[in-house]
Unconditional design. Structure first.
Length: 246
């Protein structure tokens, strides 16, 4: 029970990586608060986990929703010890093809939302005597990719935010780290209809020969959320099947 007595807030918790992290944290004793835009997905996860899970429909890009999410977590479970910033948007595009709306929506959720939620949670982590913020970045936090300009730029910003916050709050025993996944088999990836050839091309980017699964990322998040990583902060963890080893 690595997270016994802890409360973890996880955005994008209704599907994919967020769901896997919520399930893993609950199995290790945490009470989990999951947020997302689709109430039906959140309710399904809460039904699977049971009373240790509080679903709170919320848009990670809305300051009002973030405030309500944090207040709900504290009111229901009494505090917050772990935050996992997982919610994200991904639009394909280049500097010329992206619309201003795509750019703004990407940064509103992927960067501004992470900052706002982290800021809202900090007083509660401080009151608990410390805690852990786990940001879900991407391999594109550190390397480029064609046709992913807004997403890559936003994930690069998340890595910079991680390092800056780690320095700002280390003395308070608040650790901030970033997981950088490769391509993971989730709804976010499935929105791009790929033919068999395109799928094989993308798998080939990963020397271990497969896409990641949400559980692969969940195990890394569990390590960073728990005291197993008590001397780790400001770090970027590639969980990418070797993608960035080239």
């Amino acid at each position: 029970m690595k997270l016994a007595g802890k409360v973890a807030v996880i955005t994008g918790g209704g599907t994919g990586i967020g769901k896997a992290i919520a399930v893993a944290c609950a199995k290790e004793g945490a009470n989990v608060v999951i947020s997302g835009r689709r109430k039906d997905k959140l309710d399904a996860v809460a039904g699977e986990i049971g009373s240790k899970c509080l679903p709170v429909p919320a848009d990670a890009g809305s300051a009002e929703d973030i405030e309500r999410l944090v207040n709900s977590a504290v009111r229901h479970f009494g505090g917050i010890h772990v935050l996992v910033n997982n919610a994200a948007l991904l639009f394909a595009g280049t500097a010329e093809s992206h619309s201003e709306e795509e750019w703004d929506n990407t940064f509103n959720v992927n960067v501004r939302g992470v900052w706002l939620l982290s800021r809202a949670v900090l007083p509660h982590l401080r009151a608990a005597g410390g805690g852990s913020i786990v940001n879900i970045g991407s391999v594109l936090s550190t390397v480029g990719a064609r046709n992913r300009l807004a997403y890559s730029t936003s994930k690069g910003a998340i890595l910079a935010l991680t390092k800056a916050m780690a320095l700002d709050h280390a003395a308070e025993k608040i650790r901030v780290n970033c997981i950088c996944p490769g391509i993971v088999d989730t709804d976010l990836v499935a929105q791009f209809s790929l033919d068999a050839n395109a799928v094989q091309q993308r798998i080939a980017l990963h020397p271990l020969g497969r896409f990641g699964q949400p559980a692969d990322i969940a195990q890394a998040a569990l390590f960073l959320a728990s005291d197993d990583s008590s001397w780790v902060t400001g770090a970027a963890f590639p969980v990418d099947g070797g993608y960035t080893a080239h």
